[in-house]
Design a protein around this ligand. Structure first.
Ligand SMILES: *[C@@H]1O[C@H](CO)[C@@H](O)[C@H](O)[C@H]1NC(C)=O
Ligand SMILES: *[C@@H]1O[C@H](CO)[C@@H](O)[C@H](O)[C@H]1NC(C)=O
Length: 473
């Protein structure tokens, strides 16, 4: 390969590898502890499905001599997993350790000895001191969803205690000498495959991550992972794309996510960081879709307002309007001209929008006669909140600046329209916007996940959602 190829590769690789996530998810030790509880319940269910094969054979048992025996119909009665722990394995995933576990089973015994004597009954077996240790790797699958797999597993069984119902005492000799070890081996052999099964059973759940979630008729948000999860000493961190797109038309905005770091310490199971990039990609999509515009007519202004959208009201400030277009109703078109910009500063989410306001007189034949175009610079403050599994908001007007774009009615003092325009923004535009914002957009979600004890803070460049989760089945 020539030096120029190396040079090109060197220039390209860091860019493609360096895709910063727009949304970050941190699973804390508290979250892991909740995961342990759910996982142990699954493993317990799985271990209850252990099938113990029938045992039979012929052995010499003192003091009887040759005995034909069989143990059959063995059923697991209970699996006890009283002690377990989950530890993070940096770079890989988690280690699950189960100790002091026990399995109880019930079955039937049958013996034949001294050629003609037959006896039978039932028994209870208790296997104690079981340990299981499994390392579980967490990766990203080809669709950007998390996937888990068991990379190693070891199981040991401790001692077994049997209680025969009926029969003679030499049955214990038969058991301890010939059956005990084989039975424990048969159990032990099944444990790891079942644990591995229980772990892979999590994958269908993990596959429900909404990697592409529809927001409304215009937008969807992508939550696929941009890289494999990072497992450190204290947390598992996922980087999700967190980008809004036009439905079906994925055009990249002319800006990209900046790196941000979630705080390490938290009292919650999950931390979710939503970057300003995510919000800005939404602004890009809606602006591109042409939906950030609104025609305002007089019927949208509250009846109680003395200010009306007609040439009489506006004529009070711009006399030419009353003179040239007497007795006509008016219409305003408010729209953005560039993508609004969202900024997150500590405790402060602000949206800055640049747009225009075009005023028309409505002729009796419905023709619109343009009166003027104003340039509008606004800044609104946003309150953001989590509602169900959605992130919603509401904005209030901070400030508004008007300058003249074009006048079709001669010169006038733009400042004289400040109050009217402020009123229009406050009573029409912002309430309409807030109806949309209140609907919110979906947060990343797996299965039937519910958020509890949720708190949201606005920090520099991202919003931090600290939350506990609950899975309902
Ligand atoms: C929030 O930040 C904007 C600028 O980013 C500023 O104009 C506004 O005054 C701030 N609001 C508060 C409450 O600090
Ligand atoms: C509508 O009325 C206005 C003013 O009277 C006139 O200038 C315009 O040509 C009319 N347009 C149509 C389509 O009739």
């Amino acid at each position: 390969m020539s030096w120029i190829c190396w040079f090109v590769l060197a220039a390209v690789i860091p860019v493609t590898l360096g895709t910063n996530p727009g949304v970050k998810v941190k699973l804390t030790e508290k979250g892991l502890e909740y995961g342990r509880q759910l996982g142990i319940a699954l493993i317990q269910q799985k271990l209850k499905t252990i099938k113990v094969p029938d045992f039979s054979g012929t052995e010499k048992v003192s003091p009887i001599g040759k005995v034909q025996y069989s143990l059959s119909n063995m059923q697991i009665v209970d699996v006890g997993l009283p002690k377990s722990a989950v530890d993070l394995v940096p770079g890989t995933g988690v280690r699950l350790s189960i100790g002091s576990a026990s399995i109880s089973l019930h079955g039937n015994w049958r013996v034949k000895y001294l050629k003609i004597i037959k006896d039978s009954g039932s028994f209870d077996l208790n296997v104690n001191g079981l340990t299981i240790s499994a390392t579980i790797a967490i990766k990203s699958d080809e669709t950007g969803r998390p996937a888990v797999s068991t990379v190693n597993c070891a199981a040991t069984v401790g001692s077994a205690k049997i209680k025969f119902h009926g029969g003679a005492s030499w049955l214990y000799n038969l058991f301890t000498s010939f059956i005990d070890k084989a039975l424990r081996n048969a159990l032990q052999k099944q444990i790891c495959p079942l644990v591995t099964d229980a772990i892979s059973d999590l994958n269908p759940q993990l596959k429900t991550l909404n990697v592409l979630a529809q927001v409304d008729q215009y937008a969807e948000i992508e939550y696929s992972m941009v890289s494999s999860p990072t497992v450190s000493q204290s947390s598992i961190d996922l980087g999700l794309k967190g980008e809004f797109y036009n439905i079906g038309k994925h055009q990249e905005p002319p800006f990209s996510p900046t790196a941000f770091t979630l705080p390490p310490q938290t009292n919650n199971m999950l931390s979710l960081g939503m970057s300003a990039f995510t919000a800005n990609s939404a602004a890009f999509v809606y602006n591109k879709a042409g939906v950030l515009s609104l025609y305002i007519t007089d019927d949208m202004i509250p009846q109680s307002s003395p200010i009306r959208l007609n040439t009489k009201t506006f004529g009070a400030f711009i006399p030419q309007i009353a003179k040239l277009f007497p007795g006509l109703m008016m219409k305003l078109l408010v729209k953005t001209v560039t993508t609004p910009v969202v900024t997150f500063e500590p405790n402060n989410a602000t949206v800055q929008a640049t747009g225009t306001v075009t005023a028309y007189a409505i002729q009796p034949n419905a023709t619109l006669s343009p009166l003027f175009v104003l340039n509008l610079d606004t800044s609104v403050s946003a309150q953001v909140f989590v509602s169900e599994m959605r992130l919603a908001g509401a904005v209030t007007l901070n400030k508004m600046d008007l300058t003249l774009g074009t006048s079709y009615v001669g010169e006038f003092q733009v400042r004289s329209l400040d109050n009217i325009l402020q009123m229009v923004l406050k009573v029409v535009v912002i309430p309409k916007l807030n109806v949309q914002l209140a609907k919110g957009y979906p947060l990343p979600k797996i299965g039937k996940m519910k958020l509890v004890n949720t708190e949201l803070q606005v920090l520099k460049d991202y919003m931090l959602i600290g939350t506990d989760v609950q899975f309902t089945s």
